[in-house]
Write a protein that binds this ligand. Structure first.
Ligand code: F6P
Length: 363
């Protein structure tokens, strides 16, 4: 059978285990020899025990667990050709030429580069007698299927990244709890949520929790946001509301690109309105805990589709990313999606907010 390996890379997210489980079982079901690569690209570079054959039961009892049981890392070695050469050798020695990468856009870009270089890496391994001519011929094509695991929902091409729904559940549960105490004391709470370059979590949270205001990065607040915020808070309290919730994405900025932090928002509220105000930073709580039903199913579906894409691949097949489009699992050209994702960051860097919102909206 074909040699196939799965690994998780970059920040973890809930639902990654469901995806790993699905890859392993679908792979075995379709006759592949499936491997785990532990600790992301680092495990691929280091080899040894980090690359281990998986069986049906090695993924039992993981679908309900948060995080990734095979570990994840941000790897510097793989950014160097030397590291990628070691990784190629470790894969070839086990007969692995199919990779399923679960990670964010950086991890997917790394996989694409690896594939582009594959041929020259193999030539170098042959020249240095690390592999045989037969191996060079037998393993000449590397196939890649990606899926996006991230709580941020920051990838163009998929409606939902694996983990976003669970993070939203976690955030909303926390805010619902805050609301009861805020109500008792007539307080204003400023909640900082994750998503360093993407306001999705903040916007959806605001909609789900009846928040007064939200601050994000793609659509920065006008320069007189402090005045507008205060007017809104006064209006709400006048109409009888006992509490206010303000959502601040960790990457929130104003139109000049200056950060809007929870501390800054608190200062505005306290200095101008003397409201009893507290800050809650949810932090990594958002990335932990058990995955929602949606993320478990999403991980299962994406994993199965990724394996099918690899099994059907021909030498010409380009790397794909498995995405959710409506309710369909689809395969999209990996680099096209990465390019679109990077275009959003570029629009933000250029302070072209209209374009940033437009591109994000299309994602
Ligand atoms: O990309 C996921 C994410 O959780 C972001 O929302 C956050 O900014 C970042 O990762 C935190 O990274 P770290 O876990 O390295 O602190």
């Amino acid at each position: 059978g074909k040699g196939l390996a799965v690994f998780t890379s970059g920040g973890d997210s809930q639902g990654m285990n469901a995806a790993v489980r699905s890859v392993v079982r679908m792979g075995i079901y379709l006759g592949a020899k499936v491997y785990f690569i532990r600790e992301g690209y680092q495990g691929m570079v280091d080899g040894g025990d980090n690359i281990e054959e998986a069986n049906w039961s090695s993924v039992s009892s993981i679908i309900h667990k948060g995080g990734t049981i095979i570990g994840s890392a941000r790897c510097m070695d793989f950014k160097q050709r030397e590291g990628r050469l070691k990784a190629a050798f470790n894969l070839i020695s086990r007969g692995i030429t199919n990779l399923v990468v679960i990670g964010g856009d950086g991890s997917l870009t790394g996989a694409n580069l690896f594939r582009q270089e594959w041929s020259s890496l193999l030539d170098e391994l042959l020249k240095t007698n690390k592999i045989t001519k037969d191996q060079r011929e037998k393993y000449k094509y590397l196939h890649i299927a990606g899926m996006v695991g991230s709580i941020d929902n920051d990838f163009c091409g998929t409606d939902m990244t694996i983990g976003t729904d669970s993070a939203l559940h976690r955030i909303i549960e926390a805010i619902d709890a805050i609301v009861s105490t805020a109500y008792s004391h007539q307080r204003t709470f400023i909640m900082e949520v994750m998503g360093r370059h993407c306001g999705f979590l903040a916007v959806y949270t605001a909609l789900c929790t009846d928040a007064t205001y939200s601050f994000i990065c793609e659509d920065p607040a006008p320069l007189n946001w402090d005045q507008k915020l205060c007017e809104k808070l006064i209006e709400e309290r006048k109409s009888g509301q006992r509490l206010n919730i303000i959502i601040v994405a960790e990457g929130a900025i104003d139109r000049e690109g200056k950060p809007i932090t929870a501390e800054l928002v608190k200062k505005v509220v306290v200095d101008n309105l003397q409201q009893d105000t507290r800050i809650t930073v949810l932090g990594h709580v958002q990335r932990g805990g058990s995955p929602s039903a949606f993320d478990r199913i999403l991980g299962c579906r994406m994993g199965a589709e990724a394996v099918m894409a690899l099994m059907e691949a021909t030498p010409e097949t380009e790397p794909c990313v498995v995405s959710l489009d409506g309710n369909q699992a689809v395969r999209l050209p990996l680099m096209e999606c990465v390019r679109r994702t990077k275009a959003v960051s570029q629009a933000m860097a250029d302070k072209n907010w209209d374009l940033a919102v437009q591109l994000r909206g299309r994602s």
